[in-house]
Design a protein around this ligand. Structure first.
Ligand SMILES: *Cc1c(COP(=O)(O)O)cnc(C)c1O
Length: 429
């Protein structure tokens, strides 16, 4: 057994001063019946806990670490920026450079506002859409995650009363009621929302590839249909590309599927592992932002020099021509290996993969909708997770999360992962 003594002790100490011992709930490993690992360091594709165990890491800080951990060039960029001062509360030229990089990668983006988290990016996009359309209702997908702003912590109401109900305590009912939650990958449901709320929908917010209910690619025609409905009804299309941006292609899902959003939310990779995120889009909408327009939005640490340095270096490295081909190959290799291992072990497994993000669901059926994910064998996932951890593979501690590959994962890492998975599949039969 791998020792967990120090992680366990650290968790006990943390719980005394931090609610649940963690600063973001998924980190608590609540759904896999074991305490979290406390991390000492990470490098490349591996992460090391305070007990000295090293794991192949498929969490990648939940998405940002596409280059691998502590990439030497990113570390140097951060060090050099830190030596020049860590925050000024005044503009820097590096921010313009980053905004230009983002606009160059996304055809739909004319202008960019940098923020510090994906939550802020989505919150700002929603406010912009409401101001632009002078409407208040927002459509989101059940099981989609868009950060923790009030409007987005909403689940579907019961029956045919589409308006949403809070999915968190503390979210006012009248705020949640302005959000209509419909199933992902259901074209008709979006159409129904527009039919039922004529001239009231400001925006549709969607992860173009769902990645917070495991990975689910959009069904044929889905994104096109949403684009068309938004155009037809004068609503703003917001793509939440916080995971997919710079992940499924340099230009995100928009490049991969050839659809343009009006507003795009970026986070995770765009911060290069530091707290930076962005909202970008059409000039006529973006110029509603203060100080040009009437939509207020601000941030003391927005465009922070360390984060912008990490971001510029990360994007510069991703811009190299073979990045996404390499990531695709690694993803395909892992997918094929896991499929083969499951076949040999006689375990029903459905793998959904888009480039370098994938989910292995314990199910013999296709997984295209949130209910399909809920119908997978979650108890089996828990045992799989714990078995993989014991064998030195660090997966996200939930069946509703993706595996994130990085450029630092080698074929040897993938081979090790696949043989660990084979052992695990045999143990959980
Ligand atoms: C992580 C995530 C967010 C929230 O980003 P934070 O930086 O954690 O606030 C928003 N949308 C999606 C799709 C995400 O995966």
């Amino acid at each position: 057994m791998r020792a967990r003594t120090y992680s366990q002790a650290a968790f006990e100490q943390a719980k005394k001063v931090i609610p649940g011992g963690v600063n973001s709930p998924a980190r608590a490993f609540g759904s896999v019946d074991c305490g979290p690992l406390f991390i000492a360091a990470a490098r490349g594709a591996t992460i090391t806990d305070v007990d000295g165990n090293t794991y192949i890491d498929y969490v990648g800080s939940w998405g940002p670490m596409i280059l691998g951990h502590a990439h030497p060039e990113v570390v140097t960029a951060i060090e050099q920026a830190a030596a020049r001062g860590t925050s000024f509360g005044a503009p820097t030229e590096a921010e313009t450079k980053l905004a230009r990089r983002i606009a160059a990668a996304y055809e739909s983006i004319d202008k960019v506002r940098l923020v510090s988290s994906g939550t802020e990016a989505v919150m700002t996009a929603v406010r912009l859409a409401r101001a632009f359309t002078r409407r208040e209702s927002i459509v989101k997908m059940v099981g989609g995650y868009h950060g923790h702003s009030d409007s987005m912590l909403v689940s579907a109401g019961s029956g045919l009363a589409e308006h949403g109900v809070p999915s968190s305590a503390g979210v006012p009912g009248h705020v949640a009621a302005q959000t209509i939650a419909v199933p992902y990958n259901d074209i008709e449901a979006v159409g129904r929302a527009f039919a039922n709320y004529p001239d009231r929908i400001a925006a549709v917010v969607v992860e173009p590839v769902a990645a917070n209910m495991g990975v689910i690619a959009p069904v044929e025609g889905y994104l096109e249909a949403i684009r068309q409905l938004c155009d037809q009804h004068g609503a703003v299309l917001i793509f939440d590309e916080v995971i997919t941006g710079f992940r499924v292609a340099l230009g995100g899902a928009q490049q991969r599927y050839g659809i343009k959003a009006d507003l795009t939310c970026l986070g995770k990779i765009v911060g290069g592992g530091l707290p930076a995120a962005a909202v970008g889009g059409r000039s006529d909408i973006m110029d509603l932002l203060s100080p040009v327009g009437p939509v207020y939005q601000a941030g003391t640490l927005s465009g922070n020099p360390l984060a912008v340095a990490a971001a510029n270096k990360t994007l510069e490295l991703l811009e190299k021509s073979d990045t996404y081909r390499t990531l695709e190959q690694k993803g395909a290799s892992l997918e094929a290996g896991l499929k083969d291992a499951a076949g040999r072990a006689g375990i029903p497994l459905t793998i959904n993969r888009v480039g370098s993000i994938l989910s292995a669901f314990f199910s013999q059926h296709p997984v295209r909708h949130f209910e399909d994910v809920q119908a997978t064998d979650i108890a089996r996932f828990k045992r799989y997770f714990l078995d993989m951890l014991e064998q030195g593979v660090y997966l996200a501690p939930s069946a509703y999360e993706a595996m994130f590959l990085s450029l630092a994962h080698t074929q040897q890492d993938i081979d090790k992962t696949v043989s660990a998975a084979y052992n695990a599949f045999c143990n959980i039969r």
